[in-house]
Design a protein around this ligand. Structure first.
Ligand code: KIV
Length: 287
């Protein structure tokens, strides 16, 4: 099939036709290639990079420079997926000018096509300024990990009538600000469905039930490659951590047993060259 690069109109068309949008996080060249070959619509360099790759305890410490390195690797590994980079904590909160400049870096310096930021009505003016600068921007509401302390922990959001209504107001404000899509994280399925029906732009759920316009997961959760903790909403499709551990243990035992490297991993010297070497050592012994 003649495959084409995913564009924003493709994402809007999928919403209109009720065809689910697929999005996954990715932070390096080989996983970006795998995701792209599997036909995922959106390759998303999330700031979860800080936790699942860099080992920080939360997403808060991740820097712009760290994000840009990951984004460049992902851009090199993809041909078709739509590329979104996540704006790290304090890259857009301190002022609109700062936010626009940092958003621009994802495009100019790291090959991304769009950026994502967390927050609802409070960040809508920032989202609008980024959009007005000509940069596609994605929103993210519900559980927003950059504010996890303020939210009182990794709690489900929108569980009361008032907070669910606030989520809808946030979604509408982000749509009005020009966001092309919104991530809904850890909100009740009925609330996510309601928001999805009320906004004209795609919603991408993570822990938001079946009725959003698309789904996103953190790749390392899906692969079982991050074993510090697995959120209830994540599904492990394989256990890469165990597979990698077994492979490393096999390497160690083969090295210790001198069964690796085998002949197939080794290189030869021709017999006459070997004989010449031995002869030269005899003729002119080492001092
Ligand atoms: O950084 C991330 O992985 C995210 C997803 C949870 C959407 O923001």
């Amino acid at each position: 099939m003649d495959r084409k690069k995913v564009t924003l109109p493709d994402l809007y068309r999928k919403k209109a036709e009720r065809r689910p949008i697929t999005m996954l996080t990715t932070y390096d060249f080989p996983s970006a290639q795998a995701l792209d070959r599997a036909g995922i619509d959106i390759a998303f360099v999330g700031d979860s990079y800080g936790m699942v790759v860099l080992g920080y305890p939360s997403t808060v410490p991740v820097t712009m420079e760290e994000m840009l390195i990951a984004c460049r690797a992902v851009a090199r590994g993809t041909q078709y997926a739509f590329l979104v980079g996540d704006m790290p904590f304090m890259s857009y909160q301190a002022g609109v000018d700062d936010a626009v400049r940092n958003a621009g870096r994802f495009l100019k310096e790291a090959g991304m096509e769009a950026v994502k930021l967390e927050g609802g009505r409070t960040v809508a003016p920032v989202a609008r300024a980024i959009h007005d600068a000509g940069i596609a921007v994605m929103g993210h509401i519900g559980l927003t990990p950059q504010n996890v302390t303020q939210l009182g922990g990794w709690r489900t959001q929108g569980t009361t009538a008032a907070s669910a209504r606030a989520l809808l107001d946030d979604a509408l404000a982000l749509e009005d600000a020009g966001c092309f899509a919104i991530v809904l994280e850890k909100v009740p399925d009925r609330v996510a469905q309601l928001v999805t029906g009320r906004v004209g732009i795609p919603t991408i759920g993570i822990g938001a039930g079946l009725h959003t316009d698309g789904q996103v997961l953190v790749l390392h959760d899906l692969l079982g490659y991050y074993d510090r903790f697995l959120p209830k909403f994540a599904k492990r499709y394989t256990n890469l951590h165990a597979t990698i551990g077994e492979a490393i243990a096999s390497f160690r035992s083969e090295v210790e047993a001198r069964t690796f490297p085998g002949a197939e991993h080794s290189f030869a010297i021709a017999d006459e060259e070997w004989a010449r070497l031995l002869q030269s050592l005899q003729d002119a012994p080492l001092a």
